[in-house]
Design a protein around this ligand. Structure first.
Ligand SMILES: *Cc1c(COP(=O)(O)O)cnc(C)c1O
Length: 355
Protein backbone atom coordinates (compact mmCIF):
# COMPACT_ATOMS: atom_id res chain seq x y z
CA UNK A 1 0.00 0.00 0.00
CA UNK A 2 1.17 3.49 -0.88
CA UNK A 3 0.32 6.45 1.36
CA UNK A 4 -0.45 9.35 -0.94
CA UNK A 5 0.00 12.92 0.33
CA UNK A 6 0.40 14.52 -3.08
CA UNK A 7 -0.76 18.11 -3.55
CA UNK A 8 -2.59 17.44 -6.79
CA UNK A 9 -3.70 15.32 -8.51
CA UNK A 10 -4.23 13.71 -5.16
CA UNK A 11 -5.51 10.67 -3.35
CA UNK A 12 -9.04 9.55 -4.20
CA UNK A 13 -11.22 7.42 -1.92
CA UNK A 14 -10.74 3.70 -2.75
CA UNK A 15 -14.49 3.44 -3.18
CA UNK A 16 -14.29 5.99 -6.00
CA UNK A 17 -11.50 4.27 -7.92
CA UNK A 18 -13.23 0.89 -7.48
CA UNK A 19 -16.53 2.21 -8.81
CA UNK A 20 -14.71 4.00 -11.67
CA UNK A 21 -13.17 0.67 -12.70
CA UNK A 22 -16.66 -0.72 -13.19
CA UNK A 23 -17.66 2.38 -15.13
CA UNK A 24 -14.66 1.93 -17.38
CA UNK A 25 -15.77 -1.49 -18.53
CA UNK A 26 -19.55 -1.35 -18.26
CA UNK A 27 -21.01 1.98 -17.31
CA UNK A 28 -24.42 1.81 -15.66
CA UNK A 29 -25.30 -1.45 -17.46
CA UNK A 30 -25.03 0.17 -20.87
CA UNK A 31 -22.50 -2.41 -22.03
CA UNK A 32 -20.26 0.55 -22.91
CA UNK A 33 -17.39 2.27 -21.16
CA UNK A 34 -17.99 5.71 -19.64
CA UNK A 35 -15.21 6.77 -22.04
CA UNK A 36 -17.31 5.77 -25.05
CA UNK A 37 -20.77 7.14 -24.35
CA UNK A 38 -22.20 10.26 -25.93
CA UNK A 39 -22.13 13.40 -23.82
CA UNK A 40 -25.74 14.21 -24.75
CA UNK A 41 -27.13 10.80 -23.82
CA UNK A 42 -29.51 10.34 -20.88
CA UNK A 43 -26.85 8.16 -19.22
CA UNK A 44 -24.35 11.03 -19.09
CA UNK A 45 -27.02 13.65 -18.33
CA UNK A 46 -27.77 11.66 -15.19
CA UNK A 47 -24.09 11.84 -14.19
CA UNK A 48 -23.68 15.58 -14.64
CA UNK A 49 -27.07 16.33 -13.10
CA UNK A 50 -26.23 14.24 -10.05
CA UNK A 51 -22.84 15.96 -9.76
CA UNK A 52 -24.49 19.36 -9.96
CA UNK A 53 -27.15 18.45 -7.42
CA UNK A 54 -24.54 17.05 -5.04
CA UNK A 55 -22.62 20.33 -5.24
CA UNK A 56 -25.83 22.24 -4.54
CA UNK A 57 -26.64 20.04 -1.53
CA UNK A 58 -23.12 19.92 -0.10
CA UNK A 59 -22.75 23.71 -0.37
CA UNK A 60 -26.38 24.54 0.52
CA UNK A 61 -26.62 26.77 -2.53
CA UNK A 62 -29.51 29.15 -3.12
CA UNK A 63 -31.30 29.45 -6.47
CA UNK A 64 -29.15 32.37 -7.69
CA UNK A 65 -26.03 30.21 -7.63
CA UNK A 66 -25.34 27.98 -10.63
CA UNK A 67 -22.90 25.07 -10.73
CA UNK A 68 -20.80 24.55 -13.85
CA UNK A 69 -18.30 21.87 -14.84
CA UNK A 70 -15.82 23.35 -17.29
CA UNK A 71 -12.50 22.61 -18.97
CA UNK A 72 -9.13 24.23 -18.50
CA UNK A 73 -8.34 23.97 -14.82
CA UNK A 74 -8.37 26.73 -12.24
CA UNK A 75 -5.74 28.45 -14.36
CA UNK A 76 -8.29 29.12 -17.10
CA UNK A 77 -10.48 30.79 -14.46
CA UNK A 78 -7.72 33.32 -13.79
CA UNK A 79 -8.59 34.53 -17.30
CA UNK A 80 -12.27 33.65 -17.60
CA UNK A 81 -13.32 35.44 -14.41
CA UNK A 82 -12.04 38.91 -15.42
CA UNK A 83 -13.14 38.33 -19.02
CA UNK A 84 -16.71 37.96 -17.72
CA UNK A 85 -16.70 40.40 -14.81
CA UNK A 86 -14.16 43.16 -15.36
CA UNK A 87 -14.58 45.92 -17.92
CA UNK A 88 -11.53 47.71 -19.33
CA UNK A 89 -11.97 50.79 -17.14
CA UNK A 90 -12.86 48.84 -14.00
CA UNK A 91 -10.64 47.67 -11.14
CA UNK A 92 -10.57 44.35 -9.35
CA UNK A 93 -9.08 44.13 -5.86
CA UNK A 94 -7.03 41.10 -4.88
CA UNK A 95 -5.25 39.73 -1.85
CA UNK A 96 -1.81 38.60 -2.99
CA UNK A 97 -0.94 35.40 -1.17
CA UNK A 98 1.27 33.44 -3.53
CA UNK A 99 1.94 31.97 -6.95
CA UNK A 100 -1.73 31.42 -7.74
CA UNK A 101 -2.82 34.96 -6.89
CA UNK A 102 0.14 36.21 -8.94
CA UNK A 103 -1.30 34.40 -11.94
CA UNK A 104 -4.78 35.75 -11.22
CA UNK A 105 -3.26 39.26 -11.16
CA UNK A 106 -1.42 38.81 -14.46
CA UNK A 107 -4.46 37.49 -16.25
CA UNK A 108 -6.82 40.14 -14.86
CA UNK A 109 -4.43 42.84 -16.10
CA UNK A 110 -5.22 41.67 -19.64
CA UNK A 111 -8.83 42.84 -19.12
CA UNK A 112 -8.92 45.72 -16.63
CA UNK A 113 -7.13 47.24 -13.68
CA UNK A 114 -5.83 45.43 -10.64
CA UNK A 115 -5.39 46.78 -7.13
CA UNK A 116 -3.53 44.65 -4.63
CA UNK A 117 -5.21 44.91 -1.22
CA UNK A 118 -3.14 42.99 1.27
CA UNK A 119 -0.04 41.01 0.40
CA UNK A 120 2.19 38.52 2.18
CA UNK A 121 4.92 38.65 -0.43
CA UNK A 122 7.43 40.27 1.97
CA UNK A 123 7.70 37.01 3.95
CA UNK A 124 7.51 34.49 1.14
CA UNK A 125 3.74 34.25 1.62
CA UNK A 126 3.95 32.48 4.97
CA UNK A 127 0.92 34.32 6.39
CA UNK A 128 -2.52 35.63 5.48
CA UNK A 129 -2.69 39.43 5.17
CA UNK A 130 -4.96 41.14 7.68
CA UNK A 131 -6.21 44.60 8.50
CA UNK A 132 -6.45 45.83 4.92
CA UNK A 133 -9.43 47.65 3.47
CA UNK A 134 -11.30 46.27 0.49
CA UNK A 135 -12.04 49.28 -1.75
CA UNK A 136 -15.79 49.70 -2.12
CA UNK A 137 -15.45 51.14 -5.62
CA UNK A 138 -13.68 48.07 -7.06
CA UNK A 139 -15.74 45.61 -9.12
CA UNK A 140 -14.93 42.56 -7.02
CA UNK A 141 -12.47 41.24 -4.49
CA UNK A 142 -10.47 38.09 -5.26
CA UNK A 143 -8.82 35.78 -2.76
CA UNK A 144 -7.23 32.33 -2.75
CA UNK A 145 -8.85 30.62 0.22
CA UNK A 146 -6.06 28.08 0.63
CA UNK A 147 -2.52 28.60 -0.57
CA UNK A 148 -1.56 25.13 -1.63
CA UNK A 149 2.15 25.85 -2.03
CA UNK A 150 2.79 27.79 1.20
CA UNK A 151 0.32 26.02 3.46
CA UNK A 152 -1.68 29.06 4.54
CA UNK A 153 -5.46 29.29 4.65
CA UNK A 154 -8.06 31.99 5.30
CA UNK A 155 -9.87 30.81 8.42
CA UNK A 156 -12.05 33.94 8.32
CA UNK A 157 -13.25 35.32 5.02
CA UNK A 158 -13.07 39.12 5.24
CA UNK A 159 -16.36 41.01 5.23
CA UNK A 160 -16.48 42.72 1.85
CA UNK A 161 -18.47 45.68 0.56
CA UNK A 162 -18.13 44.25 -2.98
CA UNK A 163 -18.70 40.79 -4.51
CA UNK A 164 -16.13 38.18 -3.48
CA UNK A 165 -14.52 35.78 -5.96
CA UNK A 166 -12.59 32.86 -4.51
CA UNK A 167 -10.11 30.37 -5.87
CA UNK A 168 -10.97 27.38 -3.63
CA UNK A 169 -9.00 24.83 -5.63
CA UNK A 170 -7.33 23.22 -2.65
CA UNK A 171 -9.89 23.55 0.13
CA UNK A 172 -13.29 23.42 -1.52
CA UNK A 173 -15.73 21.34 0.56
CA UNK A 174 -13.16 20.76 3.31
CA UNK A 175 -14.61 23.18 5.83
CA UNK A 176 -17.86 25.03 6.33
CA UNK A 177 -18.20 28.41 4.67
CA UNK A 178 -21.20 30.48 3.73
CA UNK A 179 -20.86 29.56 0.08
CA UNK A 180 -23.83 31.72 -0.92
CA UNK A 181 -21.94 34.79 0.24
CA UNK A 182 -19.50 34.35 -2.65
CA UNK A 183 -20.25 35.82 -6.06
CA UNK A 184 -18.06 33.23 -7.73
CA UNK A 185 -16.09 30.19 -6.55
CA UNK A 186 -13.81 28.12 -8.74
CA UNK A 187 -11.69 25.03 -8.20
CA UNK A 188 -9.77 22.53 -10.26
CA UNK A 189 -11.34 19.20 -9.29
CA UNK A 190 -8.08 17.29 -8.84
CA UNK A 191 -7.38 18.28 -5.23
CA UNK A 192 -10.52 17.90 -3.16
CA UNK A 193 -13.25 17.07 -5.64
CA UNK A 194 -12.18 14.46 -8.14
CA UNK A 195 -9.64 14.02 -10.92
CA UNK A 196 -7.82 16.40 -13.24
CA UNK A 197 -9.76 17.66 -16.23
CA UNK A 198 -12.86 19.15 -14.67
CA UNK A 199 -13.07 22.62 -13.19
CA UNK A 200 -15.94 23.45 -10.88
CA UNK A 201 -17.41 26.95 -11.03
CA UNK A 202 -20.16 28.18 -8.73
CA UNK A 203 -21.46 31.51 -9.89
CA UNK A 204 -24.14 33.90 -8.70
CA UNK A 205 -26.14 34.69 -11.86
CA UNK A 206 -26.78 38.23 -10.61
CA UNK A 207 -23.18 39.31 -11.23
CA UNK A 208 -23.18 38.32 -14.91
CA UNK A 209 -23.96 40.61 -17.83
CA UNK A 210 -22.61 43.78 -16.22
CA UNK A 211 -19.83 44.54 -18.72
CA UNK A 212 -19.73 45.95 -22.23
CA UNK A 213 -17.05 43.67 -23.64
CA UNK A 214 -18.15 41.00 -26.11
CA UNK A 215 -17.32 37.58 -24.64
CA UNK A 216 -16.58 34.60 -26.89
CA UNK A 217 -19.48 32.19 -26.23
CA UNK A 218 -17.20 29.34 -25.13
CA UNK A 219 -15.85 31.66 -22.40
CA UNK A 220 -19.20 33.17 -21.42
CA UNK A 221 -20.58 31.74 -18.18
CA UNK A 222 -24.11 32.62 -19.34
CA UNK A 223 -23.78 30.32 -22.34
CA UNK A 224 -22.51 27.52 -20.13
CA UNK A 225 -25.42 28.03 -17.74
CA UNK A 226 -27.90 27.88 -20.62
CA UNK A 227 -26.24 24.75 -22.01
CA UNK A 228 -26.02 23.14 -18.53
CA UNK A 229 -22.22 22.72 -18.92
CA UNK A 230 -22.63 20.81 -22.19
CA UNK A 231 -21.87 23.67 -24.57
CA UNK A 232 -19.26 21.44 -26.20
CA UNK A 233 -18.01 17.97 -25.26
CA UNK A 234 -17.33 18.29 -21.54
CA UNK A 235 -14.60 16.33 -19.72
CA UNK A 236 -16.95 13.37 -19.34
CA UNK A 237 -14.65 11.07 -17.40
CA UNK A 238 -13.43 13.77 -15.01
CA UNK A 239 -17.02 14.85 -14.29
CA UNK A 240 -17.91 11.21 -13.61
CA UNK A 241 -15.04 10.97 -11.09
CA UNK A 242 -16.18 14.21 -9.46
CA UNK A 243 -19.71 12.87 -9.19
CA UNK A 244 -18.41 9.70 -7.49
CA UNK A 245 -16.19 11.76 -5.16
CA UNK A 246 -19.07 14.06 -4.21
CA UNK A 247 -21.29 11.02 -3.60
CA UNK A 248 -18.60 9.66 -1.30
CA UNK A 249 -18.36 13.01 0.49
CA UNK A 250 -22.10 13.06 1.06
CA UNK A 251 -21.86 9.59 2.62
CA UNK A 252 -19.22 10.92 5.03
CA UNK A 253 -21.80 13.40 6.27
CA UNK A 254 -20.84 16.15 3.83
CA UNK A 255 -18.70 19.11 4.84
CA UNK A 256 -19.92 18.84 8.45
CA UNK A 257 -18.77 15.23 8.51
CA UNK A 258 -15.25 15.77 7.20
CA UNK A 259 -14.38 19.13 8.76
CA UNK A 260 -13.67 17.83 12.29
CA UNK A 261 -11.59 15.01 10.80
CA UNK A 262 -9.64 17.48 8.67
CA UNK A 263 -8.90 19.55 11.79
CA UNK A 264 -7.82 16.50 13.72
CA UNK A 265 -5.54 15.31 10.90
CA UNK A 266 -3.85 18.72 10.67
CA UNK A 267 -3.56 19.02 14.46
CA UNK A 268 -1.79 15.65 14.72
CA UNK A 269 0.78 16.57 12.11
CA UNK A 270 1.38 20.15 13.32
CA UNK A 271 1.77 18.87 16.89
CA UNK A 272 4.37 16.40 15.72
CA UNK A 273 6.22 19.15 13.87
CA UNK A 274 6.04 21.56 16.81
CA UNK A 275 7.61 18.89 19.02
CA UNK A 276 10.20 17.91 16.46
CA UNK A 277 13.97 18.14 16.75
CA UNK A 278 14.56 18.16 13.01
CA UNK A 279 11.58 19.83 11.36
CA UNK A 280 9.50 22.95 11.61
CA UNK A 281 6.34 24.24 9.94
CA UNK A 282 6.75 27.19 7.55
CA UNK A 283 3.39 28.98 7.89
CA UNK A 284 2.51 31.38 10.71
CA UNK A 285 0.65 29.41 13.32
CA UNK A 286 -2.70 31.26 13.15
CA UNK A 287 -2.83 30.96 9.36
CA UNK A 288 -1.85 27.32 9.05
CA UNK A 289 -3.71 25.38 6.41
CA UNK A 290 -5.75 22.31 7.35
CA UNK A 291 -5.18 20.97 3.84
CA UNK A 292 -1.49 21.48 2.99
CA UNK A 293 1.07 21.20 5.77
CA UNK A 294 4.35 22.78 4.65
CA UNK A 295 7.47 22.10 6.66
CA UNK A 296 11.23 22.18 6.32
CA UNK A 297 14.16 20.43 7.92
CA UNK A 298 16.16 22.60 10.30
CA UNK A 299 19.37 21.36 8.66
CA UNK A 300 19.65 20.72 4.91
CA UNK A 301 21.26 17.27 5.28
CA UNK A 302 18.18 16.01 7.07
CA UNK A 303 15.99 16.83 4.11
CA UNK A 304 17.37 14.23 1.74
CA UNK A 305 17.58 11.65 4.51
CA UNK A 306 13.92 12.05 5.40
CA UNK A 307 12.77 12.00 1.78
CA UNK A 308 14.57 8.66 1.32
CA UNK A 309 13.26 7.31 4.61
CA UNK A 310 9.68 8.28 3.75
CA UNK A 311 9.98 6.74 0.27
CA UNK A 312 11.11 3.45 1.84
CA UNK A 313 8.01 3.61 4.02
CA UNK A 314 5.79 3.93 0.92
CA UNK A 315 4.98 7.58 1.50
CA UNK A 316 4.33 9.37 -1.74
CA UNK A 317 4.10 13.04 -2.69
CA UNK A 318 5.57 14.85 0.33
CA UNK A 319 8.33 16.77 -1.42
CA UNK A 320 7.62 20.48 -1.02
CA UNK A 321 7.04 22.88 -3.89
CA UNK A 322 10.26 24.38 -5.21
CA UNK A 323 9.16 27.87 -4.06
CA UNK A 324 9.24 26.79 -0.42
CA UNK A 325 11.45 23.70 -0.47
CA UNK A 326 11.31 21.03 2.19
CA UNK A 327 8.13 19.08 2.50
CA UNK A 328 4.43 19.37 2.06
CA UNK A 329 1.85 16.85 3.18
CA UNK A 330 -1.57 17.36 1.65
CA UNK A 331 -4.40 16.19 3.88
CA UNK A 332 -7.40 16.54 1.59
CA UNK A 333 -10.80 15.05 2.44
CA UNK A 334 -9.92 11.64 0.97
CA UNK A 335 -6.76 11.25 3.11
CA UNK A 336 -7.82 9.25 6.15
CA UNK A 337 -6.98 9.93 9.78
CA UNK A 338 -5.18 6.58 9.85
CA UNK A 339 -2.95 7.61 6.97
CA UNK A 340 -2.01 10.81 8.77
CA UNK A 341 -1.28 8.80 11.93
CA UNK A 342 0.97 6.63 9.82
CA UNK A 343 2.84 9.68 8.49
CA UNK A 344 3.31 11.00 12.03
CA UNK A 345 4.60 7.60 13.14
CA UNK A 346 7.11 7.52 10.28
CA UNK A 347 8.24 11.06 11.12
CA UNK A 348 8.78 10.09 14.76
CA UNK A 349 10.53 6.90 13.82
CA UNK A 350 12.89 8.91 11.63
CA UNK A 351 13.57 11.32 14.48
CA UNK A 352 14.41 8.57 16.90
CA UNK A 353 16.83 6.85 14.51
CA UNK A 354 18.48 9.76 12.68
CA UNK A 355 21.76 11.14 14.02
C1 LIG B 1 -3.61 23.76 -8.17
C2 LIG B 1 -4.11 25.15 -8.04
C3 LIG B 1 -4.38 25.96 -9.16
C4 LIG B 1 -4.11 25.50 -10.57
O1 LIG B 1 -5.02 24.55 -10.93
P1 LIG B 1 -5.01 23.92 -12.42
O2 LIG B 1 -6.24 23.08 -12.36
O3 LIG B 1 -3.73 23.16 -12.56
O4 LIG B 1 -5.11 25.03 -13.39
C5 LIG B 1 -4.89 27.22 -8.94
N1 LIG B 1 -5.12 27.68 -7.70
C6 LIG B 1 -4.87 26.93 -6.60
C7 LIG B 1 -5.16 27.49 -5.25
C8 LIG B 1 -4.35 25.65 -6.74
O5 LIG B 1 -4.09 24.91 -5.65
Amino acid sequence: MVYNFNAGPSHLPDEVTEEAKKGLSNFSNTGLSILEIGHRTPAFSDVIEEARQLMRDLMHLDSDHEVLFLHGGATTQFMQVPMNLLDTNETMAIAHTGVWSQKAIQEAECFGKVQITGSSESENFNFIPKGFTIPSDAKYFHLTTNNTIYGTEWHDIPVSPIPVVADMSSDILSCHRDFNSFALIYAGAQKNAGAAGATIVVVDKKILGTIKRAIPPIMDYRDHIKAKSVLNTPPVFAIYISMLTLRWLKKQGGVKGVEPLNREKARLLYDALDNSKHFKGTAKREDRSFMNVSFVAKEPAVEKAFLDFAAQKNIYGIKGHRKVGGFRASLYNAVSLDNVKYLVKVLQEFESTYH
